[in-house]
Design a protein around this ligand. Structure first.
Ligand SMILES: [Zn+2]
Length: 118
């Protein structure tokens, strides 16, 4: 018999810190978000959450990245003028999306609704 720990985020008042995604602005447990920091004008992922300085949080989701870019949310989050480079974090997010199967063609088949022909 295996007793697995429930995710902390399911418990209100739990100790899991909640962060806001700079893309969709949704609040989520920090373990669901990717921490990013600014290094030499580029937004880079900080998966170990150890890098110094101001961090921002984003869902590892290409659409959140696109939204954040459109809004210049990174510039605001890092309090810099102008735009910042997102190529590094983009490739990280795309790699992540690939590994969890987001947008895989056959995933659509499994979730396709059965339509009643009447
Ligand atoms: Zn998001």
């Amino acid at each position: 018999m295996v007793h697995r720990q429930e995710p902390v985020s399911a418990r209100p008042g739990g100790a899991s810190p909640v962060r806001t995604c700079v893309g969709c602005r949704a609040r989520a447990a920090d373990k669901l978000l990717l921490r990013v920091v600014l290094v030499d004008g580029n937004v880079v992922p900080d998966p170990r959450r150890r890098m110094p300085g101001r961090g921002a949080w984003i869902h590892p989701d290409p659409s959140c990245l696109a939204t954040a870019e459109k809004r210049r949310a990174f510039s605001r989050a890092f309090k810099v003028q102008g735009t910042v480079g997102v190529e590094v974090v983009r490739s990280e997010i795309e790699r992540h999306a690939d590994s969890v199967g987001v947008g895989r063609p056959h995933a659509e088949e499994e979730t396709r609704k059965q339509v009643d022909p009447s």
